[in-house]
Structure formats: structure tokens, C-alpha cells
Ligand binder design. Structure first.
Ligand SMILES: Nc1ncnc2c1ncn2[C@@H]1O[C@H](COP(=O)(O)OP(=O)(O)OP(=O)(O)O)[C@@H](O)[C@H]1O
Length: 658
């Protein structure tokens, strides 16, 4: 978020002192982290010997006191005359133990405010200041001490509820057995009945919408952050579940010293009564912030007494909703609040007291290592690779079936007679063409995966580079499996190919890998996976068409001739043609117009036609075929292209995840 202090207006003058309270009996040595948390390095709950061992003990203890403050938050979208204010001068202050509801009619700016407070706004201009314990909130301090539960739940579809939480615990709390912590969260969130159910997605049945919401909150609670922000945590829940979740969050806020801030649409009276504070929004401005119980008195003093026996949340929201209240009345309520705050803030001179014993996060920081994170992500994704039928397993099965059918279609090319040379070439070219095209599903699958990964990066669960490394290491052997599925039964078992299997496998795997890398780029480049899939198919078809199988590169207009050199299939087709003919003993060439056999310099050829002769002969029909052995060069070029796409992927990934 861009924070531009200069445009803060009006300026609220708060003389805030940060006082750090420490307990010398309990703490031997202390350090201060950049967020202002005064952190105990050795704490009595853990004991000198227990440091770095007993995360669970630290997790069970309440965390430190904290204060979250935001001043003059303004959010503007558009430029020039098209400028539109989304948030105007929103301010507030929340201390630990409080549960805060952001209320307001649809379009009031509730989600925008939550996104601004979580530094999650990616377009437009945000100004103002946001502080946690008196220090400006940064992406890093958000990762360390806050957690955002977004409106849509992005989980790993093929993990069960329990597995999701166990992996999250490992990523958030470091090495160790976290079963006790996870069990207690499962119980608090009422997830016992579905703990072994897979999360599921639009295509695979799994957890209900409400259970997914509770799972998202459970992950947030595992981290035990200073501030939990939740966008519509009760959407998709029935009223009993909504009451249970909000009251559990309130209880946790009180017992664990957390700050809970949530947007909520239409809370019931019971849910409303569980809030300590409410922020009432309308037209991007504040109509009220304060104790939930005090809203009644405030609105009475400005001439809007609450009607007896009404749902207080409904009353407040209707009051600032121009569908139910006149425009003038809504504007006057907003102006009243502006007037009210400038008066109250002028007399403000508060002391902010923050705690001293937040050793829990310091312990985790020391326990978490790159290797632990890498091995956890690796383990989780190995499981997902094996379980997800779309991303990899499905493609392996499809390659096996489709390439067996190709081999049967080119059955006659088993004879290895000159008339079948072209067919033999195609029998080998199609498996690679089809296999590389199948990578289009990776655009879709990885796009969904990116949303889950972004959530984890944002909330400090994983480092994006660790994820990218783990995924790349996992995907490389999968490419070999693709190759084995594509060539083993088809061209080797059925068509009796004799060319070296290992070289073919590596050539195939590298050719698949470059398209996998292209799919990765497109999976993160577009929010909508369909756009990425469309681009992928365009790139793949360009590579296929200009790969030299159909069109001689020299015949292409110079404007597009570079496509032949820039696309990976040109190199693959060229290398494969040499490879598959190099392993065969093809008989002498006999030109025959009826059979389609073509020969070059037949008279000079020996009894056993040399490979160069056959390839030269084929090149008359297939422009990309040549008698030169370019296999190593081709593999190096394709790998270079893959590396280029990988770098682009990492750049987009890091940019978007920051
Ligand atoms: N990037 C943007 N560009 C243009 N308008 C935007 C943008 N973001 C938000 N808005 C507008 O700002 C207003 C507030 O949106 P926001 O989603 O914060 O409202 P909300 O109170 O959460 O609404 P709801 O309860 O319906 O989800 C809406 O009118 C919305 O259309």
C-alpha cells in the first residue's frame, strides 16, 4: 500500500506514548522486534531448558497486549476527472481483547476498509497511517503478527481438513508434533465431524461452505496473531453457526489477547451483542466507531433513537442506507460524526500500554528454517500431485491412452519401409505435440493453486521462493513420467522403435517442461484462468504451426520468421526426427510415386540407406527434418527457453505476492 503522510487530512493530533511493561520476575533477557513487541527471549512458561522445544506451551499461553491504530485512511481509485473516493478519512483504534465489527450497507466500503487495513489494496491510491503497537504496519510485520481471512476460501482441495491444519501448523509453528494444538483448534471450530473430509472444490465434493469458512478461521487461530482480520466470516453459515463462531472469536480475543476485526453484513442481535466495538460505514465514510453498546446512546443524542426491540445492527445499517433513509439524512449523520470526532480527538492524550512477553513468535522465528519449510511444502505437494487427477495423474493416463491410439493409427509404419517413413515421423511427432498441448490444464490448476499460495504468503505461512523451488523439484520427475507414458507403449512397444530410450525420454521430458513453464507464467499472469488458457493455446498452436513440420521457415514472411526460432517445438521436431531414424535399419530407398517414397541421390546410396540420406529425403516433404544430429543443441536451447520462462514466472509471482 502506498502511504502518503502528506495528504492526510484532517490531521488528528493524538499524543500517544508507547509504554512497555515488563515483568522482571518472569523474564531473564528481552529483545524488541521491529513492530514494537517487546519480546522475551527466555520466558518462565517455557523454562530455560525448554527454549526452542516447547512451542505448544508458548502457544497455549495468552499473547501480549497490543494496539492497532489507523488514522485518516483515504482510498481513491481512477485518475483526473474519473477519480472516485472509496474511503474518506477513516480512523480508529482497537486494543487487544476486542472484537470489532465493520458494519454498513452494501457498497459502504467495508471490504475496502478491511483490505486497506491489511495492506491488501493493489490498485488506486491509499493514504493515511496504520500502526501496530505504535509502529507503522509493513508487509513484513503483517506477516509476523497479523492474519487475513478473506471472503473466499482458498484451500488445498485434495487435503482433508485435518491434513490442511497439520501442514498449516508445521508451516506456522515450525518442526514438532502439533497434534495437541491442532486438536484443540478443531474442537474450538467445531470441525470434528469433518476432520477427515477432503476440502473439495467446484468439481469434487468436500467440505460445505460453512466448514471451509471455519477451516480458514482455524488456520488463522493456529498462527495466534496479534490481529485477525476477517472479511464476512459468517457468510455461508447458518445463524446458529454464526453465533457460535463470533462468540468463539470473542472468547479467544479475550482469553488470548487478540484483536479481531471483521466485516459483517447483517448480524443477528445475538451476534451484534458479542461485538465490543462497531465501525459503521456509509459511502466510504465513518458514521460511528465506538463500543457496540454505546451506539444506541450516540444516535439518540443526534436525534435518531433506536426503536425498541429492533435488531441494533439492522437499525444502524438502515440509518445510513439511502434506500431506507433520505440522502440528506445520511449525509447529516456522516457530518455529525466528523464533527464529533474532531471534538473528541482534540482533547485526546492517551497512554498506550503494550505488553512484554511475546516470546511465542520469537520462538517460532528461531525454530522455522528454510529446510523445514521446503520439506513441509514438498511433502504436501507430493501428496497433492498424487491425489489431484487434473494436474498430473490425469495427464499421465491421457498420454498413455492417446499415444497408444496414435501408434495403432500408424500401425503400418512398423514395417520400416520407405513408403512408411513419413508416417513413422508423424507417429513420433504427434505424441510430443499432444503432450505439450495438455499443459493447458496446468494453467487452470496452477491458477487455483496460486490463490492458495498467495494467501499463505500474505499471512506469513510460506516464502514464495520456497514454494517455487519445492514445486520445480517435484515437477521434474513428473515430466519423465509424462515421457514414459507417452512413448513406452506407443512408439516403442507397438511400433517397435529401436532408438535409444533414455535419450528419447529426456528429450520428451525437456520438451514437456518448457510448456509446463509457459503454463506457469500464464497461470499467474491473469486472474482469470480462461485468459491464461486462451493465451497458452495460442502459443502452443503457433509453436506447432511454425515448428517446421508444415511450413518451411524460409517461405515465411520475415515479419514472422522469428517465430520458427523462438518456439520450442521447432527444436523438438528436428531432434526427434534425427533420433527416431537413427535407431533404425531402413532399407535402400526406392522412389515410388504410388507409395509416396521419396529418395535423394538414390543411385549413390549403399544397400543400407544411411540415416542422413533418409532424413534428407524426408526433408523434401517435412521442412524441419535434417540429416544433422542437433539433439544436444536442441535440448540445451529448449532448457534455456524453459529457464527464461521460469525467471519470468518467478518475477510475476514475486511481484504479485508482494
Ligand atoms: N477498485 C475499485 N474501482 C472502482 N470502484 C471500487 C473499487 N473498489 C471498490 N469500489 C467501489 O467502492 C464501493 C465500496 O466497495 P466495498 O466492496 O468496499 O463495499 P462493501 O461495503 O464491502 O460492499 P458489500 O457489502 O456489498 O460487499 C463500492 O461502490 C465499489 O463498487
Amino acid at each position: 500500500m502506498m502511504v502518503d503522510e502528506e495528504v492526510q487530512e484532517p490531521k488528528i493530533k493524538t499524543k500517544t506514548k508507547i509504554k512497555v511493561r515488563s515483568n522482571p520476575k518472569k523474564i531473564n533477557r528481552t529483545i524488541v522486534d521491529p513492530t514494537g513487541f517487546h519480546v522475551a527471549e527466555v520466558h518462565h512458561a517455557i523454562g530455560k531448558k525448554g527454549v526452542n522445544r516447547n512451542i505448544e506451551a508458548a502457544w497455549m499461553a495468552p499473547r501480549d497486549h497490543s494496539v492497532f491504530e489507523f488514522r485518516n485512511i483515504n482510498y481513491i481509485v481512477g485518475e483526473g476527472k474519473a477519480q472516485k473516493p472509496i474511503l474518506t478519512n477513516v480512523s480508529g483504534r482497537v486494543s487487544d481483547g476486542s472484537t470489532v465489527a465493520i458494519l454498513g450497507p452494501s457498497g459502504a466500503g467495508k471490504t475496502s476498509l478491511l483490505m486497506a487495513l491489511s495492506l491488501g489494496i493493489t490498485s488506486g491510491k491509499v493514504t493515511g497511517s496504520i500502526e501496530l503497537n505504535g509502529k507503522a504496519l509493513t508487509n513484513q510485520s503483517f506477516k509476523d503478527h497479523c492474519f487475513l481471512v478473506e471472503q473466499s476460501d482458498h484451500h488445498w482441495s485434495f487435503l482433508s481438513c485435518l491434513e490442511t491444519l497439520m501442514y498449516a501448523a508445521s508451516l506456522l509453528l515450525g518442526p514438532g508434533n502439533h497434534s495437541a494444538v491442532v486438536d484443540s483448534i478443531i474442537e474450538k471450530m467445531g470441525l470434528q465431524s469433518c476432520k477427515d473430509t477432503k476440502v473439495g472444490n467446484d468439481f469434487v465434493q468436500g467440505l460445505s461452505g460453512g466448514q471451509k469458512r471455519r477451516l480458514s478461521i482455524a488456520i488463522a487461530l493456529l498462527k495466534k496473531p496479534a490481529v485477525i482480520m476477517l472479511d464476512e466470516p459468517t457468510s455461508g453459515l447458518d445463524s446458529a453457526a454464526s453465533v457460535a463462531i463470533v462468540s468463539e472469536l470473542r472468547k479467544l480475543a479475550k482469553t488470548e489477547n487478540l484483536i479481531v476485526i471483521m466485516t459483517i453484513h447483517q448480524p443477528s442481535t445475538k451476534v451484534y451483542n458479542d461485538f465490543d466495538q462497531v465501525i459503521l460505514m456509509a459511502r466510504g465514510r465513518q458514521a460511528f466507531i465506538g463500543e457496540a453498546a454505546a451506539a444506541h446512546d450516540y444516535f439518540e443524542t443526534i436525534g435518531h433513537p433506536m426503536v425498541h426491540m429492533t435488531n441494533p445492527a439492522e437499525f444502524l445499517v438502515d440509518l445510513v442506507n439511502s434506500d431506507f433513509t433520505s440522502e440528506d439524512s445520511v449525509l447529516s449523520i456522516l457530518d455529525e460524526w466528523k464533527q464529533h470526532t474532531s471534538e473528541t480527538h482534540r482533547s485526546k492524550n492517551e497512554t498506550l500500554v503494550v505488553g512484554s512477553n511475546d516470546d511465542f513468535h520469537q520462538l517460532i522465528k528461531r525454530k522455522k528454517s528454510f529446510l523445514h519449510e521446503l520439506s513441509t511444502i514438498f511433502g504436501r505437494h507430493a501428496l497433492l500431485v498424487a491425489r489431484d487427477p487434473i494436474l498430473y495423474v490425469g495427464r499421465i493416463v491421457l498420454l498413455l491412452i492417446s499415444n497408444t491410439i496414435f501408434a495403432l493409427a500408424y500401425w503400418s509404419s512398423r514395417e520400416k519401409v520407405q513408403a512408411q517413413a513419413i508416417n513413422f515421423y508423424y507417429a513420433n511427432a504427434w505424441p510430443i505435440s499432444l503432450g505439450s498441448m495438455f499443459a493447458v490444464v496446468a494453467v487452470f490448476g496452477l491458477n487455483a493453486e496460486f490463490k492458495s499460495v498467495i494467501r499463505e504468503v500474505k499471512n506469513g505461512m510460506i516464502n514464495p521462493l520456497t514454494y517455487i523451488i519445492a514445486k520445480t523439484v517435484l515437477v521434474l520427475p513428473v515430466m519423465l513420467l509424462f515421457g514414459a507414458a507417452a512413448i513406452s507403449t506407443g512408439v516403442y512397444a507397438i511400433l517397435g522403435l529401436k532408438a535409444n530410450y533414455g535419450i528419447y525420454l529426456v528429450l520428451y521430458a525437456i520438451s514437456m517442461f518448457v510448456f509446463e513453464c509457459i503454463a506457469e507464467v500464464l497461470s499467474v499472469a491473469f486472474i482469470n484462468p480462461l485468459m491464461g488458457m486462451l493465451c497458452f493455446l495460442s502459443i502452443w498452436f503457433t509453436s506447432f504451426l511454425f515448428g517446421g513440420t508444415f511450413l518451411p521457415p524460409d517461405d515465411l514472411s520475415v515479419v514472422i520468421r522469428w517465430l520458427y526460432h523462438a518456439m520450442p517445438l521447432s527444436y523438438t521436431f528436428n531432434a526427434i526426427s534425427y533420433h527416431v531414424f537413427s535407431g533404425e535399419d531402413w532399407p535402400s530407398c526406392v522412389p515410388d510415386a504410388n507409395t509416396g517414397a521419396v529418395c535423394v541421390e538414390f543411385d549413390e546410396s549403399p544397400d543400407e540407406a544411411p540415416i542422413a540420406l533418409i532424413l534428407e529425403s524426408l526433408s523434401k516433404i517435412i521442412p524441419n527434418v535434417s540429416g544433422d544430429d542437433n539433439r544436444v543443441e536442441a535440448m540445451a536451447i529448449i532448457l534455456g527457453m524453459a529457464l527464461g520462462y521460469k525467471i519470468l514466472y518467478v518475477a510475476i509471482f514475486l511481484f504479485k505476492s508482494s
